[in-house]
Write a protein that binds this ligand. Structure first.
Ligand code: LLP
Length: 421
C-alpha cells in the first residue's frame, strides 16, 4: 500500500496534487511520500517485535538525507556500503552504533572513517579485507566489531544481476569455509567477532530461499559457538520484493517474513538485524515526467517523455517493469491503445515500455512511474548532460524540495580546463 492515489480525478502524493508539484519544480522529478516510508519501516519493526532487533535501512535504495532523517527519527539503523553513505547517515543524525558497513571492497580510508566516527559493525566479505581491517583498527588503538558475510549457496530465484547468494557470485565467503575463516578472524588482534551476516539477493518474491539460507545460518551459529566464537548477532540482509504491477503479484508481507525469522532463528538468543531497502523506499516514490511529443511510427506510436534512462535506469538495465499512469485520471472505460514509451536519449535502450496500453495522451500531459522510489534517483546519471532531476518529499499537505535540480552553470563549472588548453 502507498499514498499515491487519485482524488477528484487528479493523482495525489498524500494530500498534494502531483500536478501542483510539477508546476512548482518542473519535470521530470522524483517525489516521495513520508507516510509510505514510515509505514514500511514500521511493518518491519513490528514484524520482529519480541526479538531483540534493529532494522537497518539499506540506504543504497534511496539515500537523500531527508529520507534518511524520516526513518532515523523512528529509530531506524542504516546499512551503508561506502564512505559517502556513511557520511550521509551521520549527516541525517544516525549514531554510529546504528550503522552497519557492508560491501565487498571497503577501502582502508573508508574503514578508518567509520572506526573514527563510530560503527556498529563491519560485515566483512573476505580474508584480505579482515586483515586490512584488523591493521587499520590497531593503528587507531581500536578493535573493529565484525560479522563475516557467508555465501550460503542458495538460489534466490531473482534477476541474475541482483542475485548474490550463489557460489559463483562475488559476495561473502563460501559457507563451507566458514569455520576456517572465523578461526582466522579470531586470531586477528584488531577484530572482535560478534556475529554472522548473509544477504542472498534483491526483489525476492518467495520466502523459501530466505528460509533455506537462514536455516544454514542457524546451523552455522551452533557450529561456530562450539568452536568458541561468541555469536550474538545475526544480520539477515535485505531483499524482500515488492509488487511492481497493480495486477495479482503478491510477494510475502514483512509480517510473514518476520514470522519465518522467528520460527527459524528465534531460539538462538541472537540479536537480529535486517537490511531492507527496496521494500521501504520502492513504493514510496514516483518519477513524474511530461510528454514532449507523440510520434506516430510505422505500426506503432511513441510517447516521447522528458524523463530518460539516465533518470530511471531500471527498465534499460534489468528489463524492469514500472506501472506508468497518467496524472489526470482517465475517465472510467476510456479507450486504451498501445504506446512505446521512450526518453530522448539517443539509444534504443532508452525505452521504458513497449506496447504499453495507455489511454489517449497528448504533449504536455504528465505521467507517473510507480514504484520508482528505490534504485531510481540513486542510480541516475548526467548522461547526455541531462541534469540530475530534483527530489521532493511530501508530508501530508506539505511538500519540500529535498534536492534541487542543478543549473547548467553548476554542471559546466565542475569541469576544469588544463593549463595547456
Ligand atoms: N543488504 C545488502 C548487502 C545489499 O547488497 C542489498 C542490495 C540490500 C541489503 C538491500 O536489498 P533490497 O532490500 O533493496 O532488495 N539496483 C537493483 C537492486 C540492487 C540491490 C543491491 N543490493 C535494482 O534496481 O533492482
Amino acid at each position: 500500500m502507498d499514498h499515491f492515489l487519485y482524488q477528484g480525478g487528479a493523482l495525489h502524493a498524500e494530500d498534494v496534487p502531483v500536478a501542483e508539484i510539477a508546476a512548482a519544480v518542473g519535470t521530470p522529478f522524483y517525489v516521495y511520500s513520508t507516510a509510505t516510508l514510515e509505514r514500511h519501516y514500521r511493518l518491519f519493526d513490528e514484524a520482529l517485535a519480541g526479538m531483540e532487533h534493529l532494522v537497518c535501512y539499506a540506504m543504497k535504495a534511496a539515500s537523500n538525507i531527508a529520507i534518511l532523517k524520516t526513518l532515523a527519527r523512528l529509530g531506524a539503523g542504516m546499512d551503508v556500503v561506502s564512505g559517502g553513505e556513511y557520511l550521509r547517515a551521520r549527516a541525517a543524525g544516525v549514531p554510529g552504533e546504528r550503522i552497519v558497513f557492508s560491501g565487498v571492497g571497503k577501502t582502508r580510508d573508508e574503514m578508518r572513517l567509520a572506526l573514527e566516527g563510530g560503527i556498529r559493525q563491519f560485515n566483512v566479505e573476505s580474508e584480505p579485507e579482515m586483515e586490512a581491517l584488523s591493521e587499520v583498527a590497531i593503528s587507531l588503538g581500536l578493535r573493529a566489531p565484525i560479522t563475516v558475510r557467508v555465501n550460503p549457496d542458495v538460489d534466490a530465484k531473482t534477476h541474475a544481476k541482483i542475485a548474490t547468494g550463489k557460489s559463483e557470485n562475488k559476495f561473502g565467503i563460501p559457507i563451507s569455509r566458514a569455520r576456517e575463516v572465523y578461526a582466522h578472524a579470531a586470531r586477528l588482534p584488531g577484530l572482535e567477532v560478534i556475529g554472522i551476516d548473509v544477504h542472498i539477493g534483491s526483489q525476492l518474491t518467495d520466502l523459501e530461499p530466505f528460509r533455506l539460507a537462514y536455516q544454514k545460518l542457524a546451523d552455522l551459529t551452533h557450529v561456530l559457538r562450539r568452536d568458541g566464537h561468541d555469536i550474538r548477532r545475526l544480520d539477515l540482509g535485505g531483499g524482500l520484493g515488492i509488487p511492481y504491477t497493480s495486477g495479482n503479484e503478491a510477494p510475502p508481507l514483512p509480517s510473514q517474513y518476520g514470522a519465518m525469522i522467528r520460527e527459524v532463528l528465534g531460539d538462538l538468543d541472537c540479536e537480529i538485524e535486517i537490511e531492507p531497502g527496496r521494500l521501504i523506499a520502492g513504493n514510496a516514490g514516483l518519477m513524474v515526467s511530461e510528454i514532449i511529443y507523440v510520434k506516430s511510427g510505422e505500426g506503432r506510436d511513441f510517447l516521447i517523455l522528458d524523463g530518460a534512462m539516465n533518470d530511471l535506469i531500471r527498465p534499460a538495465m534489468y528489463d524492469a517493469w514500472h506501472d506508468i499512469i497518467p496524472v489526470v485520471q482517465p475517465e472510467p472505460g476510456a479507450e486504451q491503445r498501445p504506446y512505446d514509451i521512450v526518453g530522448p536519449v539517443c539509444e534504443s535502450g532508452d525505452t521504458f515500455a513497449r506496447q504499453r496500453m495507455m489511454p489517449q495522451l497528448s504533449p504536455g500531459d504528465l505521467v507517473a512511474f510507480r514504484s520508482a522510489g528505490a534504485y531510481g534517483a540513486v542510480m541516475a546519471s548526467e548522461y547526455n548532460t541531462r541534469p540530475l532531476i530534483p527530489e521532493v518529499l511530501v508530508n501530508g499537505q506539505e511538500f519540500a524540495i529535498i534536492r534541487a535540480r542543478p543549473t547548467f552553470d553548476e554542471i559546466l563549472n565542475r569541469d576544469t580546463i588544463p593549463e595547456w588548453l
